[in-house]
Design a binder for this molecule. Structure first.
Ligand SMILES: *Cc1c(COP(=O)(O)O)cnc(C)c1O
Length: 425
């Protein structure tokens, strides 16, 4: 064992890690394009964009240069009573890409805080109207982060059992399909008619990531948003994972006819360089906090809010996103995934195979049920790592969410390894 790994085991506590049985971690020393390199010089294809954050490949020279320029001119700036060019420019450019009703950008540090800010904006809105609406609607299998608000609106499962009775009450509804949408709408309509306490509806649009890349249709989400908005329920799209081209469009919300009132962004926002969160909102949410009454202020902020270095990375990543080459790559990955889905549609080792945009998911048949603790996860990851590919299955769900710089040849290599893996089951 190398001395770094030894010291890692001695001093570091890793996230989401089964401490007693976890294998020693892989020591990464370098990133370049779609690849990591470990301490032995082994090249590893990054099939999951390093926790779904990387968009354009590792150590992209253009983003690295822009980040370097920024740290040499203004590395951090207090963001209350002060501002800086990168934050303002980024806000303006994001508003240009977001659905037409979005008009203000609130910065924070990561996906969980972007969600937390969204939830608090909704509660503050109703508070400032003098109404005691405090309940949220959310999807049963949702994941919205690890802070208390995020856990509360997320699925109740092993991630948060230990905190269960401290989480606030949420109305959990199933993911809609063509057969259940009417029933779900009826249930909601009953709530709206009988109670006047529902503040907001939060959802991951089209793809529930951590739940296992569960997918559902845009037209059904549109119906739910329309029903909620008709009943004065504020809609929050958590696009922390789906943003920046992941689903094939710039934002998953671009598939919708009804605009969410609030949108949460992080992960791909900086191209995977720096932690940064954004919560954008429609003008009426902001206006509710503009008042002579000081108690109606939105009292929320973080010490690294709108960090200039993070904003510079996000601006550079946006430059690349707006480039035609990136659009072409996103289309290429989407087409390749779809082709592979058709090829494996009837595979006996699979319960399901699905894709949307650059996301591909294979639900593998195992004796255990489909869920996060399914033991298949470790053995699948180990099999792929041996073949030089990094994946991190969610239980028995094997998925790909690669950086956009991946080539068709590299994708086909990954598909081949996937088929080889399924064949030996
Ligand atoms: C990852 C994720 C979060 C949490 O983001 P962090 O930056 O890990 O705190 C929230 N919502 C969704 C949909 C996510 O995928």
């Amino acid at each position: 064992m190398s001395s770094i790994i030894e010291k890692d085991q001695q001093f570091v506590w890793h996230p989401f890690t089964h401490l007693k049985y976890a294998e020693a971690p892989v020591h990464l020393v370098k990133g370049e394009g779609a690849y990591f390199y470990d301490a032995d010089g082994k090249k590893l294809l990054d099939g999951i964009s390093s926790w779904w954050v990387n968009l354009h490949g590792h150590c992209h020279p253009y983003i690295s240069k822009k980040v370097s320029d920024q740290v040499h001119s203004l590395e951090h700036a207090i963001f209350s009573s002060f501002t800086h060019t990168a934050a303002v420019t980024l806000a303006e450019r994001l508003i240009g890409h977001l659905p037409g009703n979005q008009s203000k950008v609130f910065y924070s540090d990561n996906g969980s805080t972007a969600v937390e800010v969204g939830l608090k904006m909704v509660l503050q809105y109703w508070h400032n109207q003098g109404q005691s609406k405090k309940k949220f609607i959310a999807f049963e299998h949702a994941y919205h982060g690890d802070t208390f608000g995020g856990m509360s609106v997320g699925a109740r499962n092993v991630f948060n059992n230990a905190f269960d009775n401290l989480l606030f009450d949420v109305i959990h509804i199933p993911l809609p399909d063509a057969n259940t949408i009417e029933q779900i709408k009826e249930t909601l309509q009953m709530w709206f008619t009988n109670h006047n306490d529902i503040a907001g509806f939060i959802f991951e649009p089209l793809v529930l990531g951590a739940a296992g890349m569960l997918m559902y249709q845009a037209d059904l989400l549109d119906e739910l948003i329309a029903l909620c908005q008709k009943n004065q329920v504020i809609c929050i799209a958590d696009e922390v994972m789906t943003g920046f081209g992941r689903t094939g469009k710039f934002f998953a919300s671009n598939y919708l006819d009804h605009h969410p009132d609030i949108i949460c962004l992080s992960k791909g926002l900086t191209g995977g360089y720096m932690p940064l969160g954004v919560t954008s909102c429609a003008q009426f949410i902001y206006d509710a906090c503009v008042s002579d009454d000081k108690t109606k202020t939105f009292f929320h902020g973080h010490s690294y809010t709108a960090n200039p270095t993070a904003c510079a990375a996000a601006l550079a990543s946006l430059d690349l996103m707006e480039n035609e080459d990136t659009e072409r790559q996103i289309r290429l990955i989407s087409d390749c995934h779809q082709h592979f889905v058709q090829k494996l549609a009837e595979h006996p080792a699979l319960k399901d195979i699905r894709s949307l945009g650059t996301i591909l998911a294979l639900e593998i048949n195992t004796q255990e049920h489909t869920h996060y603790l399914n033991h298949a996860s470790e053995s699948i990851a180990a099999y792929f790592l041996k073949q030089g590919i990094i994946v991190r299955p969610l239980g028995n769900i094997l998925y790909l969410i690669p950086p956009y710089c991946i080539t068709e040849k590299e994708l086909n290599e990954v598909y081949d390894v996937m088929e080889g893996f399924l064949a030996q089951l």
